[in-house]
Design a protein around this ligand. Structure first.
Ligand SMILES: [Zn+2]
Length: 540
């Protein structure tokens, strides 16, 4: 019991005055997986007033926003956006890498010490942010409010949810394509909240599977895209042709995985996010809450059919409608002008080489088998037949350091042999010795991007660099992961509470996103932050 004497000393409750620190009620971070910058304008005339256009017209648009490191892939992109940092510091150098000490491959968010929560699939939930070496903007918000702020991540991909939500997140949810359930791990909780169980019980992915995928608009509205049936488009598992309408029922393979290969993946992501906001009462408390949503399906569609397809045009027109719906919900739930939204992407994408070639643009496919054989043979010839290359990840060769030492071979000598051999393979632009970048003959712009990517404990030794427009793959579909403009330039648009209306074409970095949000909230950015706030975007 509290004694009356102590009770008398309790200070009077502080009544909020206009001079009290002002913050938005909710921050909504949106990452669209594989959204190249030009998609804001490529389909502009067909966007509604409530989605992409609302962000651009009401808010602030950084129109020349880039990644500041070389290996532009999903995990690294999500980590950079939410840490204000770079792979060299935050440790997320790729979706996976090789650990030379443990002598094994590592997946960016793997964690063998935790278990799945929310489905009977034991593998899907063995995930946490433990490989992320720094704090996120979401962590900093939690710290700043003594953990009263709630932060939650939602994405089909585990890494798209877990890395943005941060270490101290209340929850991160991702999608189990085996069962069609949204899941999490024991890192966050031991049981799903009732609202999440309720949404899973509705089995919406099964409903959307039945609907199939047909065009949103009439066929003549898709003038921004190549014809529907072209040789460089990949097919959905079990489909005979890559054409509309897509009948999704009865296709071979992973049924709920196929849902996420269509715009319905965006629909279930939006629905899950809204359920989380309602279920956890986000934006209704005294302290700012934060939901980090990542839309993974555009990446899955893009890899299969590329950026110039009717499929991707339809996907973005539908995503625009999902955004309009989400913002409409937030206007009612939180209140217009009471929340802040930012939009970015984890990387861009290269045009499909087949498409590029058909229009005489520089492009091609690097033959990975030929590259491996050429390099291995050259090494054997120079230094003898031993296993010098212990792993290859992110187009980096991990060399056996103890074997080099034993044979008295320097890394510089090894690098010279690999470089000379690899340069004979079509599409290879250069090979970079990551242990000695000071002497590299590479241009200074790209050198900086590679330096920003190298983490001493996780990166390989020799980086193979492909030519612009080229990627490692097959004749259908496309990819990303390079330091070239089509992969580095992504949207950064903010709107809502505290955000000016306007735009800039000065070069900004994805690493500037977290410090800009930190400035808006009057909190520290993450522990690895290197970015600068975009001052013009913030109301004084
Ligand atoms: Zn991605």
């Amino acid at each position: 019991m509290v004694s009356s004497a102590i009770h008398a000393q309790t200070p009077k409750k502080v009544v909020a005055k206009p001079s009290a620190l002002a913050r938005p009620k909710l921050v909504v971070g949106i990452v669209v997986d594989q959204m190249r910058y030009d998609y804001l304008y490529r389909y502009y005339d067909q966007y509604t007033e409530g989605g992409f256009k609302r962000m651009m017209n009401e808010g602030f648009n950084c129109r020349n926003n880039h990644y500041s490191y070389a290996l532009t892939v999903t995990a690294a992109g999500h980590a950079s956006a939410y840490t204000g940092s770079i792979p060299a510091i935050n440790g997320i150098i790729g979706n996976e890498w090789y650990d030379p000490i443990k002598k094994q491959d590592v997946y960016c968010v793997e964690d063998s010490t935790v278990q799945t929560v929310g489905s009977n699939n034991a593998v899907v939930g063995k995930m946490s942010p433990k490989n992320l070496l720094v704090s996120t903007i979401t962590d900093q918000l939690r710290i700043a409010t003594n953990f009263r702020s709630k932060t939650i991540g939602v994405a089909i991909k585990d890494r798209g949810s877990i890395l943005p939500a941060g270490h101290s997140a209340n929850a991160a949810y991702w999608f189990d394509s085996k069962t069609g359930n949204w899941v999490t791990s024991t890192y966050y909780m031991d049981d799903l909240p009732q609202w999440a169980k309720g949404y899973n019980a509705k089995k919406m992915p099964a409903e959307y599977l039945k609907k199939g995928w047909d065009l949103l608009l009439t066929a003549d509205a898709y003038g921004q895209s190549s014809p529907d049936d072209v040789a460089w488009e990949g097919k959905l598992p079990g489909a005979k042709k890559p054409v509309f309408p897509y009948e999704l029922m009865g296709m071979s393979g992973d049924a709920f995985g196929i849902v996420t290969d269509t715009p319905w993946g965006n629909t279930i992501t939006k629905e899950m996010a809204i359920e989380a906001i309602k279920g956890e009462n986000l934006g209704k408390g005294k302290d700012t809450d934060f939901i980090a949503i990542s839309f993974s399906s555009p990446d899955k569609i893009g890899h299969r059919v590329g950026p110039n397809s009717i499929e991707q045009q339809d996907d973005f027109l539908r995503l625009d409608r999902e955004f309009a719906d989400l913002f409409g919900f937030l206007d009612t739930w939180v209140g217009k002008g009471e929340y802040t939204v930012f939009l970015t992407a984890d990387h861009g994408v290269v045009d499909v080489p087949g498409f590029a070639a058909s229009h005489k643009l520089p492009s091609g496919l690097v033959d990975r088998k030929l590259l491996t054989e050429t390099v291995t043979n050259a090494i054997s010839e120079a230094f003898g037949k031993e296993k010098y290359i212990v792993a290859t990840d992110n187009n980096q060769l991990y060399i056996d350091h103890s074997l080099l030492k034993k044979k008295n071979i320097t890394m510089a000598a090894m690098a010279a042999v690999v470089r000379d051999a690899a340069l004979t393979v079509p599409g290879v632009a250069d090979v970079l010795d990551l242990s000695d970048m000071g002497k590299a003959p590479l241009n200074s712009y790209q050198l900086e991007l590679y330096k920003n990517n190298v983490n001493a404990k996780r990166s390989g030794d020799l980086q193979v660099i492909s030519q612009p427009g080229w990627f490692y793959g097959t004749s259908t579909g496309t990819s990303h992961g390079t330091p070239y403009n089509y992969d580095t330039q992504v949207p950064f648009v903010m709107f809502g509470w505290g955000v000016n209306k306007g735009e800039t074409v000065r070069r900004t970095s994805v690493s500037d996103i977290a410090p800009t949000i930190a400035s808006l909230l009057h909190i520290l950015p993450g522990s690895g932050n290197i970015g600068l706030p975009v001052e013009e975007a913030l109301k004084k």
